[in-house]
Write a protein that binds this ligand. Structure first.
Ligand code: UDX
Length: 445
């Protein structure tokens, strides 16, 4: 079948490439000529493991192409996916639907035959009905349906998540649209991945509820971690003991410096805003947003303690700035709260990240970028692990500590332990939700 995907951002591009790999005939559309030129040259504008190869394979097979021309792309397409951005609107926290509605109107004006207009972008509950109105108003004669098909892929694992999803959620109003969506995802259904067919509003709500729930789970464990630090409990043992309860599960139970990224912060804010609008305050989600901000700030206090109360004149090496590994995305990364606080306090900050430099340079002025962790740590007073890239999991800590001015480490992803740090010659090591290794109490390890 022929499919058009409008928007070649993260979700649009991954979806388009994966749909073509299912064997569908896919055209991806974007209004940015530079982006389309890049894609036509075989370059992927984002960092996502495996995406470039999969794209090349399907372009070569003649199933995948890119264009600026929306009208030609949707000509003959049974399903047209809207995958444009829905950023947080400045001022009121709402999801900004300008791009979604503009694309809906364009599709309406260009479509000729029966089309299912599918929203893949994360949109507030009720948006698909509005899309339906906009399309009908723009082209009253068009035979069409709308469908909601939220995407649950994680950056860095996007292809695997798309090809092996926990579930596919499809919200439709008619059997005819359901049939088209069934054809789109048939290759997955044949492999027994569950599909949840719902009404439009429920599909829209599932996405927000799932993301807010996961953000809550992380924030909950981060709060427990803070209490562990005060009471002598060890968060790794606590997470393990909790996660083995099948009702809780062990995923998204890793304490860290606070969640970031393109989805959780944006979607929790939008859900809270929706709650206010409907006079049903999302009190738990609102608390999660507040606590997550506090978690990031708490990290600064922990680092300040480790620097004996002042960052002034200290050389601090930061390993990792992206909000998580295997991405170059810096959106709402804890690094954006923590590093400016270090710089503002008078520290000299050296930064290394396998993919973050390109985005990070503009967002983090006044830091020095270096190639690797050892260069960053040379003569430094403190090493801070902010993102758990694989490169930082197997560091030669002894080599690192030997060349530091004062061998101290803040491991905000709990990669190492007091034992590892002590053995390597660090005289201070702190992590999240676990007892620290302090110079005066080095026997505690
Ligand atoms: C998330 C959802 O997982 C995905 O389903 C949705 O479609 C988009 O948002 P993503 O933002 O790519 O995906 O990253 P994810 O791996 O979920 O991590 C989000 C944040 O939570 C990161 O900052 C990560 O470091 C943090 N996190 C995650 C933790 O602090 N602890 C955990 O146990 C898991």
């Amino acid at each position: 079948m022929k499919i058009a995907v409008i928007g070649t951002g993260y979700v649009g591009l991954v979806s388009g490439v994966c749909f073509s790999d299912f064997g569908h005939d896919v055209v991806c559309v974007d209004k940015d000529p530079a982006k389309i030129a890049k894609l036509e040259a075989g370059e992927v504008p984002i960092y996502e493991p495996g995406l470039e190869d999969l794209m090349a394979k399907n372009v070569e097979a003649g199933r995948l192409s890119f264009t600026l021309d929306l009208a030609s792309a949707i000509d003959g397409a049974e399903a047209v996916f809207i995958a444009v951005g829905t950023p947080t609107r400045r001022g009121d926290g709402h999801a900004d639907l300008t791009f979604v509605m503009a694309v809906a109107e364009e599709i309406a004006l260009a479509a000729k035959n029966y089309t299912v207009i599918v929203t893949k972008s994360t949109v507030p509950v009720g948006t698909n009905r509005k899309v339906k109105q906009v399309v009908h108003k723009a082209n009253p004669d068009l035979d069409f349906d709308v469908a909601s098909n939220p995407e649950f892929l994680r950056e860095g694992a996007a292809i695997d998540d798309f090809m092996r999803p926990d579930r596919v959620v499809v919200g439709v109003q008619t059997d005819r649209a359901g049939e088209v969506m069934n054809n789109v995802y048939r290759p997955l259904f044949l492999r027994d991945f569950p599909v949840v067919i719902t009404d439009l509003e429920s599909a829209e709500m599932i996405k927000y509820a799932a993301n807010a729930f996961l953000a809550t789970k992380i924030t909950f464990i981060n709060e427990i971690a803070a209490l562990c630090e005060r009471t002598g409990a060890d968060i790794k043992q606590v997470s393990k003991g909790m996660g083995l309860d099948g009702r809780i599960g062990n995923k998204f139970l890793h304490a860290g410096p606070g969640y970031g990224g393109s989805c959780f912060p944006k979607d929790t804010r939008a859900l809270a805003r929706m709650g206010q609008e409907h006079a049903v305050p999302m009190q738990i989600t609102e608390a999660v947003i507040k606590v997550n901000d506090e978690v990031k700030r708490r990290m600064v206090d922990k680092l300040l303690d480790l620097c004996d109360g002042s960052f002034n004149g200290k050389v601090i090496a930061v390993l990792g700035v992206t909000f998580k590994p295997n991405t170059d995305d810096m959106r709402d990364a804890p690094a954006l709260t923590i590093i400016p606080a270090l710089v503002g306090g008078g520290a000299k900050v050296r930064v290394t990240d396998p993919q973050g430099r390109h985005e990070g340079e503009a967002l983090l002025p006044s830091v020095n970028w270096v190639e690797d962790a050892y260069k960053a740590a040379r003569n430094a007073d403190l090493v801070v692990i902010l993102t758990e890239w694989n490169e930082f999991r197997g560091l030669d800590l002894k080599r690192m500590a030997k060349h530091m001015a004062t061998p101290r480490m803040a491991d905000l992803r709990n990669i190492y332990s007091n034992k590892d740090a002590k053995r390597a010659g660090f005289d201070a090591y702190i992590s999240i939700g676990r007892a620290p290794l302090e110079p005066s109490k080095s026997g505690d390890a």
